[in-house]
Structures are given as structure tokens and as C-alpha cells.
Design a protein around this ligand. Structure first.
Ligand SMILES: *Cc1c(COP(=O)(O)O)cnc(C)c1O
Length: 348
């Protein structure tokens, strides 16, 4: 007996990276979490939470967070929408746009959740292949004319940068929405925030999960013109962001120097790890994120993934076309990266 819609029964569902229990002795480099702790200022806010704040329903639009983000980004607060992680906002957008006969488009390989959300909505899902150098296939994306087009910029799992000039050409050429998912912007050289002012169809998504070390808190946000956000606000749960999340996130985003200092450390580690892996004959894609996509010398990615796992090091292996000979490795602390490299040397 199947109680559910045919499309739900038949889809496979998104599979997140493994999350071993806290306290498990493991080096976890599989979900692109930040290896450094959250801002001490954010943790102070958490310690001082008043019970009254939890007794009441939260502010439906997370105003305190939006004001803090507005200050940091130089964007008016009514151009910001908060979500229960940026995944919540991706979901909102697909629910607001997607239906049978409408096209959800993205370059691929990319973040797999875009497909899952489109399938739930029974929208048509169209993947435009990235070339091997991961330059954005702008003309093909424009030709596809999605009702909504998702571009992770920088991209995951390739880690590669997407040029703002290409995104601008895309924004101009699309009659539907363009969602620029900037989950990794804190480790990148460029961002596309300006495009939200120039083009009515552009939404930029950000998250505190990666750059701000707050993946467990669940706070993401979108930036777009207020007319566009008004439609998304109709679809969102009234209380999609809890009171703890927006209070802690407001303090975290205001502590910009702390975030930048950690991102700088990660960028240095990223370069060092890339050099070391190349010396071990790995192919390494140029990354503007907190992870590296690499191809081991013999392409035996699954074996290396399994062997590392037995030695309590978790990295990400995607068993799918174009990725089955590659591995995605989150940048850890210097010590974690060193252990990874030593273990890889033994395995090879
Ligand atoms: C991590 C990630 C997200 C999800 O971020 P949350 O705010 O934790 O939901 C979204 N998009 C991409 C490309 C990501 O890698």
C-alpha cells in the first residue's frame, strides 16, 4: 500500500553527509562545516537567553537578525528574508515557483538538493552540464529559460568560482528567477550581491552554516527586492526561524572580524593542502570554498573514501556520473589536515 503521491514514492530523497554522534572520535571532513568554533560573542548571547524569549512565539520576520545583516551588508533590511538555513529558502522558492510543466534549471554537477526540491514539487528538472573546466554554461542556461535557475556560486562539489560577469549575463538573459546560492561566499574572491539591485529577477542566498561556524543553528538568508520577497513571505512558515537562532545569528553576523579571521586561516590551509595533494599526484580543482574536489592518482576514489573511513576520517564520496572517481574534502584545522595527508600517504 502506498499512501503517498506517486512522485514522492518514486523519488529517492536527499542524502546528507554522515553525522556521527557528538563526541565520536572522528575527523569529520565530509559536510563542509567550519573547523573553528562559533564567535564567542554569539555564544555569549546563547548563554544569556531568557526563558521569556522561549515562552513567546518568535518574531515572524527575525527583525533583529535582518537589522544586523543589513548593517553588515549595506542592504536595506526589507531586502532581506531569514530562513531555517538556506535550505529552507531554497525550499520556499521551489514551492513558490515549481509545478508540473515549469522548469527548474541548474548547471551540473552541483548541490543535489535542487533536484530533490524540484521532484517533490513535480516540476521538470533540467540539468545543463558544466564543461570540465567548470566555466558557467551561460548560453545553454539562457536557452533552457527556467522558471527558476539555481547557480551555486562558488559551486559545490567542484569548489570552483563563478564569475559575476557570467552571472550578470545570465540574469539579463533569463525571464525567470535566478537564484545565486552563495553558501561559500566567505571563502571566495567575488560576490554577486550587486546584481540584486540591478535585476528584479535575482535572489542571492547566504548562510551562517559555513563561514560563521553555525551549521547546527540553522540560519540562512536571502537578499532580493521587496516585491519578490513579499511573494516568498506568503509561502514561508510563519515561524520559520526560532528565537534562539535569530538572536545568536544577529551577534554572529555582527562579529565580522572573527568570521574573516577564520576564513583567512581556512584559505591558507586550503592552498597548503592543495599543494600537498598535487605532490601526491592528486588532480585538484581550483577552490574558492572551504573544500577541495580532488581526483586520486588512480581514480580509485571509493576505495580511498572507505579506507579513510575505517581509519576514522570522513570525507565525501558521490557515487554519480562525473564524480565517482573524485573526492570532496572539507578543509579542517591544520592538525586535521596533517593527519589526513599522513593517512593518505599510507593508503597510496
Ligand atoms: C551547505 C549548502 C547549503 C545549505 O546551507 P544551510 O544554510 O546549512 O541550509 C546551501 N547551498 C549549498 C551549495 C551548500 O553547500
Amino acid at each position: 500500500m502506498n499512501y503517498f503521491r506517486k512522485s514522492i514514492h518514486e523519488m529517492s530523497g536527499y542524502v546528507p553527509g554522515e553525522q556521527p554522534a557528538l563526541g565520536t572520535k572522528i575527523i569529520k571532513l565530509n559536510s563542509n562545516e567550519n573547523p573553528y568554533p562559533p564567535s564567542p560573542k554569539a555564544l555569549n548571547v546563547l548563554r544569556e537567553i531568557d526563558g521569556e524569549m522561549l515562552r513567546r512565539y518568535p518574531d515572524p520576520t527575525a527583525t533583529s537578525f535582518r537589522l544586523a545583516a543589513s548593517e553588515v551588508l549595506g542592504v536595506p533590511s526589507d531586502w532581506i528574508i531569514a530562513g531555517n538555513g538556506s535550505d529552507d529558502l531554497l525550499n520556499l522558492i521551489v514551492r513558490a515557483v515549481g509545478e508540473p510543466g515549469k522548469q527548474v534549471v541548474c548547471p551540473a554537477p552541483t548541490y543535489v538538493l535542487y533536484r530533490t526540491l524540484a521532484e517533490i514539487q513535480e516540476a521538470d528538472f533540467v540539468e545543463v552540464p558544466y564543461p570540465d573546466d567548470y566555466q558557467l554554461p551561460v548560453d545553454l542556461l539562457i536557452a533552457a529559460q527556467g522558471a527558476v535557475t539555481f547557480v551555486a556560486a562558488p559551486n559545490s562539489p567542484s569548489g570552483t568560482a563563478i564569475s559575476v560577469a557570467d552571472l550578470e549575463t545570465l540574469a539579463k538573459g533569463l525571464s525567470g528567477l535566478l537564484v545565486i546560492d552563495e553558501a561559500y561566499v566567505d571563502f571566495a574572491e567575488e560576490n554577486a550581491l550587486e546584481l540584486t539591485k540591478k535585476y528584479n529577477n535575482v535572489i542571492v542566498l547566504r548562510t551562517l552554516s559555513k563561514g560563521y561556524s553555525l551549521a547546527g543553528l540553522r540560519l540562512g538568508f536571502g537578499i532580493a527586492n521587496p516585491q519578490l520577497l513579499a511573494e516568498l513571505n506568503k509561502v514561508k512558515d510563519s515561524y520559520n526561524v526560532d528565537a534562539l537562532a535569530y538572536a545568536v545569528a544577529a551577534a554572529a553576523i555582527a562579529d565580522r572580524d572573527y568570521k574573516t579571521a577564520n576564513a583567512e586561516k581556512i584559505k591558507v590551509s586550503r592552498s597548503q593542502l592543495a599543494v600537498t595533494l598535487k605532490q601526491l599526484n592528486f588532480e585538484v580543482w581550483p577552490s574558492q570554498t572551504n573544500f577541495l574536489l580532488v581526483r586520486p592518482p588512480k581514480g580509485d576514489a571509493e576505495r580511498i573514501y572507505q579506507t579513510l573511513k575505517m581509519q576514522r576520517i570522513l570525507i565525501r564520496y558521490f557515487k554519480q556520473p562525473r564524480l565517482e572517481d573524485k573526492l570532496r574534502i572539507t578543509i579542517g584545522t591544520e592538525e586535521q589536515n596533517q593527519i589526513l595527508v599522513n593517512t593518505l600517504r599510507e593508503i597510496l
